[in-house]
Design a protein around this ligand. Structure first.
Ligand code: NAD
Length: 474
């Protein structure tokens, strides 16, 4: 990563320190490792937008392209009043390692705009988003083959739609304009399954971890998701979907932390009702069940098996790490655990499932959306009929051979072709399972200190090899 302009934040320092710890254990040349760590390009911009009263407001924004070893670069866009250049660079670095880890052919990038999306009108948000996109176009920091943004904290499908539409308006003759951004609504060339992809990937990753009986025994836990007590921080896109899939598969959601306060109930909370209450009231206060905890940070320290931080970075620090009671911390957010806190947690025997692996589901399904946009065909269209026919033929043959017939409902269930969303979910499940297997294998066979170092090691190996394969351009 490049040197930031201001004093480095713990998050920026942590990403660098995690990289260094893995790099120290590798045998690649120091110069090459320096290159992999460096941010290849940053565009810092300021542009004017009119607010709802017609006043001119200057907006500061960034796009960091951390790595060009594969193109396009890929990474979300964050809207928050707290974004900085160094935070954007650290998030872009994580994208490089994340894409390499789960085998996606992308470099890493990240964008950020310093606004509070919850405090401004939709009209103002649209003007900011469109102008930001135009700035990116001007400097070639967006495009289907150069740099492809997606949603992140504070943004969602609506912003992605505005980005796609603006890009298309400025590049009308290009055939693949919709592939300039992912996480778009279905009606604008999105893909089913993208909305829940990160949270579902978080669930798949936690499940993989919980299925390793030996590791669970070391933590004093039984294998499997069922019955595990879970606390979730952040009820946004990632946290709410992760909570939903964990609960659907038998976990007990005992704690929720959101801005303005949290809830805790060792007997389990009604997740759907809590989410509805939060959406309606903007707060978990007065929910009427469980204990309301005014300081949401305190919820992180309550008894549970799995703590899922799904909000922002640096929420587990050396100050609260000694008080965390979870046995597993599942990093759904980017950078929730600071480097110094990570060392405390590891020393206390707490297993951390690292961000660069655990929240890779979003970019994985973004990859599918990008492929779909480039090929201009949905994943199920070419196989629907043939898959149904093949299964019908097998059942017919089995019925002829056995002389028995299936009930119509059963026959339909077996022969029904997979929908596009089923294809996306199964490919995501496979990606998360395969990547976990690889990092777990590296952790155990290379005698690495923890899963995070294993994940960085696998990612770093791949990026270094890619650079070496290309050779150094004279
Ligand atoms: P979001 O804006 O949809 O939701 C975040 C939620 O966290 C909000 O409801 C917010 O009120 C809450 N929050 C903020 N600070 C909090 C605090 N101190 N305590 C409790 N709650 C707090 O954002 P998101 O898209 O769900 O992203 C969450 C995290 O996941 C970020 O770190 C992001 O970088 C990461 N991530 C997101 C995606 C994605 O596809 N959206 C993909 C990979 C990683």
């Amino acid at each position: 990563m490049n040197e930031p302009a201001s004093a480095p934040s713990p998050f920026y320092q942590s990403v660098g320190a995690y990289f260094d710890r893995a790099a120290d254990l590798s045998s690649f040349p120091v110069g090459l490792l320096d290159q992999v760590k460096s941010c290849n390009g940053i565009y810092r911009m300021k542009f004017p937008v009119k607010d709802d009263e017609g006043n001119i407001v200057v907006i500061e924004a960034f796009r960091a392209e951390h790595s060009h070893h594969r193109l396009p670069c890929k990474g979300g866009i964050r809207f928050s009043p707290h974004v900085t250049q160094e935070e954007t660079v650290a998030l872009a670095a994580l994208m490089t390692y994340k894409c390499a880890l789960v085998g996606l052919p992308f470099g890493g990038a990240k964008g950020s705009v310093r606004i509070d999306p919850r405090a401004i009108s939709p009209g103002f948000r649209e003007r900011v988003t469109r102008r930001y996109t135009a700035e990116l176009v001007k400097k070639n920091f967006i495009g289907p083959q150069t740099d492809v943004p997606a949603p992140d904290y504070g943004t969602g499908e609506q912003e992605m739609a505005w980005i796609a539409d603006t890009y298309r308006a400025l590049n009308f003759n290009q055939p693949d304009t919709y592939a300039c951004v992912t996480g778009k609504p279905l009606d604008l060339h999105g893909i089913p399954g993208r909305r829940e992809a990160t949270g579902l990937g978080v669930y798949f990753g936690i499940k993989e971890c919980l299925d390793r009986a030996e590791d669970m025994a070391a933590l004093g836990l039984t294998p499997g998701v069922a019955g595990k007590r879970v606390i979730i921080q952040g009820l946004g896109n990632v946290g709410s979907h992760a909570a939903h899939f964990l609960q659907k598969n038998g976990a007990l959601i005992v704690g929720l932390a959101e801005l303005g306060g949290g809830l805790y109930d060792p007997a389990g909370l009604d997740l759907r009702r809590a989410q509805h209450h939060f959406r309606e009231n903007g707060s978990l206060a007065d929910f009427g069940a469980g204990t309301f905890v005014a300081d949401p940070a305190q919820v992180l320290e309550m008894p549970c098996d799995i703590l899922v931080p799904a909000a922002l970075e640096s929420v587990i620090t050396p100050a609260n790490a000694p008080r965390i009671q979870a046995k597993i911390i599942a990093e759904a957010a980017n950078g929730p655990v600071e480097f110094a806190a990570d060392e405390i947690l590891t020393a206390r025997g707490i297993l951390v499932i690292p961000d660069l692996y655990l929240n890779a589901g979003g970019v994985t399904v973004s990859y599918f959306e990008w492929l779909k946009n480039l090929s201009h065909v949905s994943f199920d269209r070419m196989t629907t009929r043939i898959s149904e026919q093949a299964k019908t033929q097998i059942i017919d043959a089995v019925e002829r051979l056995t002389g028995r017939t299936l009930e119509n409902g059963d026959r339909h269930q077996i022969t029904a072709p997979p929908r596009e969303v089923d294809i996306v979910h199964s490919a995501l499940a496979e990606t998360m399972a395969f990547a976990y297997h690889q990092i777990h294998d590296a952790w155990k066979t290379r005698d690495l200190p923890d899963l995070r170092t294993a994940a960085y090691t696998v990612a770093l190996d791949r990026v270094c090899r890619s650079y070496l394969a290309h050779g150094i351009f004279p």
